[in-house]
Design a protein around this ligand. Structure first.
Ligand SMILES: [Zn+2]
Length: 360
């Protein structure tokens, strides 16, 4: 892997991650960009004790541009984009419209491929391995940035999730605080440790593997299951079998196996809502091509500088907001008002479906 760091015309950092060591990335961004002015601010809710990023500058951001104006395609044929070179493997750069900026953190964009029409599930295993290297490197780099407490690598896929750019990409948020969900998990883990002397994540994974009913796939190094109390219609948690606090601590065996496991999960997600051949009302019979399954893929990592960080278990949470063909799960009254999720798909049924659609 070769890493080349450069600056965009407005001073933002951009890093190429190339599979080949002999690639030269020396293209210069010559766009007449104004310096970025960002005004994000973290406000703490005194009742809930959580934090809200107020980012009013985001109102002007690029919204569903035509494919020939995609800012994530390489700069080609006289058209200049966010990526100065005419091709790339994987590239990471600071977001021009960040939700978090300055003392309030940092937001980066990760382009998984220069192919505008691909999706993560279309990537080769080698490319997925390069993305994992990029996520790991960003985690290591951002851990060294003063004030950064936690790094969150994630992908939103699909217009239904609110994705405004069709080009396959993910994001990385570096927060200046421990996020509320991570803090909750840490509190649960601490309580479990004092009550039982055991690690909570080990016990959760152990229970799922023992019960097996909700396990979606298991390999030598990884296990994926629908959790006992899944919040979303189709939700999978993927853990390395050897518990580590973050991506930096994954061993070579887990890294080597990850691309095959993750690509298989994503491809199964794309098949969940395919009607079996010959079923009346299936998408193909009504002649409406349904969009690919919308999903969120979220890496949970331990916060930095926390004495309890080794109690935390790195894992990836993958879920869709689609509950059945053509229908989305909305966060309505109970979920949005009271944080009580109502899930119409029993986790055992979701796991069965995710095993049925395995690659043959
Ligand atoms: Zn594009």
């Amino acid at each position: 892997m070769k890493k080349t760091s450069t600056r965009l015309a407005d001073g933002r950092e951009l890093v190429y991650y190339d599979a080949r060591d002999d690639v030269v990335r020396d293209a210069v961004d010559r766009r007449p960009l104004d310096p970025i002015s960002t005004t994000s601010e973290i406000r703490r809710d005194p009742l809930l004790g959580d934090s809200v990023a107020i980012a009013s500058h985001r109102q002007g951001r690029t919204y569903h541009p035509p494919a020939d104006e995609c800012p994530l395609c390489p700069s080609r044929d006289g058209r200049r984009s966010e990526i100065p070179d005419e091709d790339y493997d994987v590239v990471v750069f600071e977001n021009r419209f960040p939700s978090l900026a300055g003392d309030a953190g940092r937001c980066e964009v990760v382009c998984f491929t220069s192919d505008h029409d691909a999706s993560f599930a279309d990537l080769t295993e080698d490319r997925a391995a390069l993305v994992l290297e990029a996520w790991t490197d960003r985690t290591a780099e951002l851990a060294e940035v003063p004030g950064v407490r936690q790094v969150f690598c994630f992908e939103n896929r699909g217009a239904e999730i609110g994705v405004t750019l069709g080009h396959p990409h993910g994001q990385i948020y570096a927060y200046p605080f421990t996020t509320p969900r991570t803090a909750l998990m840490q509190r649960s883990a601490a309580a479990h440790r004092s009550a039982t002397g055991r690690n909570l994540f080990d016990d959760v994974v152990g229970r799922e593997r023992a019960e097996a009913e909700r396990v979606v796939l298991e390999t030598g190094e990884w296990v994926a299951f629908v959790p006992y109390a899944a919040h979303w219609p189709y939700e999978v948690h993927l853990y390395p079998k050897r518990r580590v606090p973050d991506l930096r601590a994954l061993d070579d065996a887990a890294r080597t196996e990850f691309p095959r496991v993750y690509l298989e999960l994503l491809r199964r997600f794309d098949r969940i809502f395919d009607a079996p051949a010959g079923v009346p009302g299936g998408p193909e019979q009504e002649g409406r091509g349904e969009s690919p399954t919308p999903y969120i893929a979220a890496w949970h990592q331990a916060p930095f500088g926390d004495p309890e960080r080794d109690e935390f278990a790195l894992h990836l949470e993958l879920f869709t907001i689609r509950r059945t063909s053509g229908k989305l799960k909305f966060l309505a009254g109970s979920e949005s008002g009271m944080s009580v999720f109502i899930n119409d798909v029993p986790p055992e049924a979701a796991a069965r479906r995710l095993r049925e659609v395995a690659t043959k």
